[in-house]
Design a protein around this ligand. Structure first.
Ligand SMILES: Cc1cc2nc3c(=O)[nH]c(=O)nc-3n(C[C@H](O)[C@H](O)[C@H](O)COP(=O)(O)O)c2cc1C
Length: 176
C-alpha cells in the first residue's frame, strides 16, 4: 500500500491536534521618520509557537514567519516581550494577528502597555509578562526560530486562553 503524500492542510490539521496557550510577542517599533516608525509605539504578534527550551540557562523559543512585521524588529532590537493571554482575551489575540495596529484600535480594546526600563512594551492584564533577550536565531523553512534567554518573568492570577484545532478554547474546571 502506498502512503498518501502529506498536504499542507494535513500538516495543519495534524499540528492543530496539539493544544497550546496563546501569547503576544511584543517589541518596540524603531523611532525615526516614516509612517510605521512612531516613537514609543509597540508592535505585537500573536504566537502559539512559544516553547520552553532549557532550565540552565533559562531559554525559550518562538518561531516567527519570515514575512512578519515582527521579524526585523526582533533582529534589530534583540529584546522582546512574551505576554501570555488570559481566557477572556480572544479579541486581543485576533487583533495582534493583524498587521494594521493603531493606538485608536488598541484604546477601543482596552489594550494598555507597561514599558520596562530597557524599553520593552509588555501587555497589561495578562497571565504572564516575560522579557527575553535574543541569543540565537535560526532560519527554519518559512519561519525563523528565535532563541530567547529569559531576563524577567512576572506572573498574575487568572486562567489561560487556549488554541486547539484552529479554535479558541478555555480550560475546563479541574477533575476532582
Ligand atoms: C492563535 C495564533 C497563533 C499564531 N502563532 C504564530 C506563530 O507562532 N508564529 C508566527 O509567525 N505567526 C503566528 N500567527 C500568525 C500571526 O499572528 C499573524 O498572522 C502575522 O504576524 C501577520 O501579521 P504581520 O504580517 O503584521 O506580522 C498566529 C496567529 C494566531 C491567530
Amino acid at each position: 500500500m502506498t502512503a498518501t503524500p502529506l498536504t499542507a492542510t494535513d500538516f495543519r490539521h495534524a499540528l492543530g491536534q496539539f493544544a497550546t496557550g496563546v501569547t503576544v510577542i511584543t517589541a518596540p517599533r524603531p523611532s525615526g521618520p516614516g509612517p510605521s516608525q512612531i516613537p514609543g509605539q509597540a508592535y505585537g504578534m500573536t504566537a502559539n509557537s512559544f516553547t520552553s527550551v532549557s532550565l540552565d540557562p533559562f531559554l525559550t523559543l518562538v518561531c516567527v514567519d519570515q514575512r512578519s512585521h515582527l521579524l526585523p524588529l526582533l533582529k534589530q532590537n534583540r529584546l522582546f516581550g512574551v505576554n501570555v493571554l488570559k481566557e477572556h482575551q480572544q479579541d486581543v489575540s485576533i487583533y495582534f494577528a493583524r498587521p494594521d495596529q493603531t493606538p485608536e484600535a488598541e484604546a477601543k480594546l482596552g489594550i494598555r502597555y507597561r514599558w520596562t526600563p530597557a524599553g520593552i512594551p509588555l501587555l497589561e492584564d495578562t497571565l504572564a509578562q516575560i522579557v527575553c533577550k535574543v541569543v540565537a536565531s535560526y532560519i527554519a523553512g518559512d519561519h525563523t526560530i528565535f532563541l530567547g534567554e529569559v531576563q524577567s518573568a512576572d506572573l498574575f492570577p487568572g486562567e489561560p486562553l487556549l488554541f486547539f484545532r484552529s479554535h479558541y478554547r478555555q480550560l475546563a474546571p479541574p477533575r476532582q
